[in-house]
Write a protein that binds this ligand. Structure first.
Ligand SMILES: [Zn+2]
Length: 214
């Protein structure tokens, strides 16, 4: 039996017009919450026609949801060490097209924090992969919990979702926390010379469903 997450409630919701560096623009409804278990300031960005996505009858037409882990270097500065910025940009447009939510989770560096992520980058420059580097710093390979994501979805009245992700851990955790993952929708591959090793590691070590030309 999945455990229902502790109840969180919507605290504020405001409209936020978005414009990305490439000119793509849309309007998000941004939600903040009370009662999230880790006390962090996670956000939900409602995009597109969410009401239509929720009430649509056909199977597979559940609202499209992407839990995106904050990556300051990739999201805000376009770092090429990872694919986070490109994934965020892609997710916003795809969700706006089909209706759903982008959950912006404050889980920098797979939950180890920004400074520790930079320390891990320094270790990766000596030959460790992204998971080994986190462990060498005394952290878990991946410390992210998606319990807050389940709490946010419940507060938004969304218990059944199409999950936009290549990460099988996101699906299994959300299911464990009572979210019905009706469909898994893979994200695109954002491969560059700088992030190739990082993407290959995600596939080999954490079973991400990325179709890479290995
Ligand atoms: Zn990143």
């Amino acid at each position: 039996m999945p455990l229902p997450p502790p109840t969180a409630t919507i605290r504020t919701q405001v409209s936020l017009p978005l414009r990305f560096a490439d000119g793509y623009a849309t309007v998000a409804r941004v939600f903040s919450f009370d009662g999230l278990v880790d006390g962090l300031e996670h956000l939900a960005f409602g995009l597109g026609d969410r009401a239509a996505a929720v009430t649509a009858r056909e199977p597979g037409s559940a609202p499209l949801v992407r839990p995106h882990s904050e990556c300051l270097t990739g999201d805000a500065f376009g770092s090429q060490r990872c694919d986070c910025g490109a994934q965020l940009r892609e997710a916003v447009e795809r969700i706006a097209d089909s209706g759903g939510y982008l959950l912006y989770l404050r889980q920098e560096g797979r939950g180890i924090g920004l400074y520790a992520k930079l320390d891990a980058y320094a270790l990766q420059d000596t030959g460790l992969d992204t998971y080994e580097a986190n462990v060498a710093l005394g952290h878990g390979e991946d410390e992210r919990s998606y319990l807050v994501a389940a709490q946010m979805l419940r507060a938004l009245g969304t218990s059944r979702i199409a999950l936009l992700s290549n990460n099988p851990d996101k699906a299994s955790q959300l299911r464990r926390f009572g979210v019905t993952v009706a469909e898994l929708v893979p994200t695109g591959v954002h491969l560059s010379a700088s992030n190739a090793r990082y993407l290959v590691t995600k596939v080999r070590r954490a079973s991400h469903t990325l179709d890479l030309p290995l």
